[in-house]
Ligand binder design. Structure first.
Ligand code: ADP
Ligand code: MG
Length: 713
């Protein structure tokens, strides 16, 4: 009953939809329907546009028809022939049903087999012409007639009067399938959908950009990327370097870059704060600083001060490896804002890090009579009135400081630490806490400059490229469980020298509970091994107050070993710690391993990063551990990371709210990226309101999921 009602309502809806649009639900596409649309949803396909943009992940070259006598064993080949015989046989032992087909052309005979598909028998009659694609195998012909060819489970099409093939006799797209669809069914669906509906695609790209960059019209590119007709070089198609791919990749980059370009334009068009930068507080602070700033640090501070004096909003990326000393730059910048009568804030990705920053900053500027407050999700009493009244000048916190009830009197500068954990969107909401405040984002993810431009395309970039002097290199070594004693004795000797140790346990299956259990058991085990030492456990579930206590007693040296889950990942600073022991190091990503290693080697003692790895592990894991042993250069590590993980995951564009790069590969397609970036920035200059490009504007908003704030005309 419910089925027929459902059917009726679909028909009813269909009749009302006179015109299909990009947003029409995919269930109204012929051959889909409500049930299959649920299956497609698993592939991320919800609308007509989604399905049109669901591109094959590879192509098979089935266009070169071969004669049977010319087949080569082991190759994927395509032939046309005529059915000689078709029969289902049952194997005597396993009682498996095998459909056997013999095909003939004017040069020979080919045998085909399909396992467990007896229903195929009804598709074929003697004399029927068929086209087949499959991997060729050799076989001994029966009754001593020598050697012949066969195929197992080939793709086939019957040759009727239609001469447009879908599955064979052409470059054939291969889609990632899902339950409920065979690859062949999915291909048929795609073929029909494209033929009936690719007309809904409207080209949003300005004509002169198309022309100048020699790009295919959009609809054409979509058609060709699915079922190549004009460009049929399978090798190039598989590398993603066909003209169709180039157009679609250009689009992805262009919409990303245009969003960034317009964001930047919006900021330029708005008035910012011109700070005085007289050094009233900063000079006092520098006098008390127990170390000399590095050359890089001084240069970056100059760059920042220059921007802060200008009456434009600053948007600067501060980029420097773990341990290079970014915090002190953040602090000097914040003090610059404060001495001009403004407030400043510092946002960190984790509570532990925010707390650490708070403690450090508090200590460093105690004597300056600047009031600092901490806001995290576990803060009980937030001094809201002091913040809105201006009594608190510096606020440090997690993303909790974006919440609505936190109102600043006059936020002049916002610093975001470890920017890779946040995105453009959080940056925008932080910006709204003031009237066009200056923004500094800091990151330790070292990426090549051209790539940094994509991810941070709307920012100016400052780089710190040296570590403070006197740092000893860190010794990194992989150990296996059988070598435990070795590790313990090294730990013992460091403890004997008065040093401290970090022990980190991995995140297991995203479950905080399991995670904790592993670390808890670990702490217990270490207490038994080192009974005289003070060992504490820290993790995300411990209350803020207690966590602060633990961190500060570790910092003051009262705790010898700190066992933790990954909560200490970023930014903690205890120079006396000389060992970082990472348990199950094979489970960590490279960036994370590098970050964790950055917690040690901050003082002037020799320090050790010990990677305890539990075999068996993947090739990727092996490679990561090797890289860690081989280099401490964050730049090299990032490059390796990029090549192991691929750009999509490396940049985590999805989580940051930027449009996803589905087809584009930042490394392979760098020249397309540069071209699209030039066009995007030129267009943003020429028409920052996109007045002349309504289609483009609509497309842009959609790609950025409405999160883009455009210049209002
Ligand atoms: P990161 O850039 O990774 O955030 P931090 O700001 O935490 O690094 O700095 C790492 C350590 O180096 C801190 O203990 C900090 O006090 C110290 N430091 C920063 N700058 C200098 C310097 N110029 N000379 C010596 N030590 C420094
Ligand atoms: Mg830091």
């Amino acid at each position: 009953m419910s089925n027929s009602i459902q059917k009726q309502s679909v028909i009813h809806r269909l009749s009302r939809i006179s015109n299909y649009t990009a947003d029409t639900s995919v269930q109204y596409v012929k051959g889909v329907g409500p049930k299959r649309s649920l299956l497609l949803e698993r592939l991320g396909i919800k609308t007509l546009e989604d399905i049109l943009y669901y591109f094959p992940w590879r192509y098979e070259d089935r266009k070169n028809l071969k004669k049977i006598k010319d087949l080569t064993c082991g190759n994927l080949e395509t032939i046309i022939g005529e059915v000689v015989s078709a029969a289902v046989i049952t194997t005597p032992k396993k009682r498996m049903k095998i459909f056997e087909l013999s095909i003939r052309d004017d040069t020979g005979v080919l045998k085909c087999r399909w396992f467990n598909q007896p229903y195929l028998e009804k598709y074929f009659t003697k004399g029927q012409k068929v086209i087949l694609s499959g991997v060729v195998k050799g076989s001994r012909l029966s009754m001593g007639f020598g050697f012949g060819f066969e195929m197992e489970n080939p793709d086939f099409e019957r040759l009727e009067n239609d001469d447009r093939f879908i599955h064979t006799g052409r470059i054939v797209p291969v889609y990632r399938a899902t339950e409920g669809f065979t690859p062949k069914q999915l291909r048929t669906l795609m073929f029909n959908t494209i033929n009936s509906h690719s007309g809904i695609i409207k080209d949003f790209m300005p004509g002169d950009i198309l022309q100048k960059n020699n790009l295919l019209p959009l609809q054409n590119a979509v058609n060709e990327a699915h079922f190549p007709e004009n460009f049929t070089d399978a090798v190039a198609l598989n590398k993603g370097v066909s003209p169709a791919h180039r157009r679609l990749i250009f689009d992805e980059f262009f919409l990303l870059e245009l969003g960034l370009a317009l964001t930047k334009k919006k900021e330029v068009l708005e008035k910012g704060i011109s700070f005085k930068c007289e050094g009233l507080l900063v000079n006092k602070f520098l006098k008390r600083l127990p170390f000399e700033l590095t050359r890089s640090q001084k240069r970056v501070i100059e760059e920042i001060r220059h921007d802060m004096q200008m009456p434009l909003p600053m948007n600067r990326l501060l980029h420097g490896d773990v341990g290079c000393g970014k915090t002190v730059i953040a602090l000097i910048s914040m003090l610059t804002a404060v001495e001009s009568g403004y407030q400043a804030c510092l946002m960190a990705p984790t509570e532990v890090l925010a707390e650490q920053h708070f403690i450090n900053v508090h200590k460093m500027i105690e004597a300056l009579e600047v009031n600092v407050a901490l806001i995290t999700s576990s803060s009980k009493a937030i001094p809201l009135d002091e913040i809105s009244g201006g009594g608190v000048q510096i606020v440090i916190g997690t993303h909790s400081l974006i919440q609505e009830r936190v109102i600043f009197k006059n936020l002049g500068l916002a610093v975001i630490d470890e920017q890779h954990k946040f995105g453009v969107v959080q940056r925008a909401s932080l910006r709204k806490k003031g009237f066009n405040p200056d923004i500094i984002v800091m990151t330790a993810t070292p990426i090549p400059r051209t790539l940094a431009m994509t991810l941070y395309g709307d920012l100016d970039i400052s780089v710190i490229d040296e570590l403070p002097s006197g740092r000893k290199p860190i010794v990194t070594k992989v150990f296996f469980p059988a070598q435990k004693e070795h590790v313990y004795s090294l730990m013992n000797s460091e403890l004997a020298k008065g040093r401290q140790i970090y022990i980190v346990y991995p995140l297991i299956e995203e479950s905080e509970k399991l995670d904790l259990k592993c670390a808890e058991e670990g702490a217990e085990a270490f207490r038994k091994i080192f009974p005289a030492k003070k060992i504490s456990l820290i993790h995300g579930r411990i209350k803020q107050e207690e966590r602060e206590n633990i961190m500060s007693s570790f910092k003051s040296g009262d705790i010898d070993m700190l066992v933790s889950t990954t909560v200490i990942e970023v930014g903690v600073d205890v120079p006396n710690a000389s060992i970082m022991l990472i348990v199950h190091a094979e489970r960590f990503g490279l960036a994370q391993l590098h970050q964790l290693r950055g917690r040690i080697g901050r003082g002037n003692h020799e320090s050790y990063c010990l990677l305890m790895a539990y075999p068996p592990f993947s090739e990727d894991a092996k490679r990561r551990l090797k890289v860690m042993e081989a280099t401490a250069d964050g730049f090299k590590i990032a490059e390796e990371d990029l090549s192991i993980r691929g750009p999509g995951e490396f940049f985590g564009t999805r989580q940051s709210g930027m449009p996803d790069l589905k087809m584009a590969n930042i490394i392979r397609d760098i020249s397309i990226l540069e071209a699209s970036r030039r066009e995007a920035f030129a267009l943003a200059d020429a028409d920052p309101y996109l007045r002349n490009y309504p289609l483009l504007k609509e497309r842009l908003q959609k790609k950025w999921m409405g999160k883009l704030e455009l210049v209002k005309s």
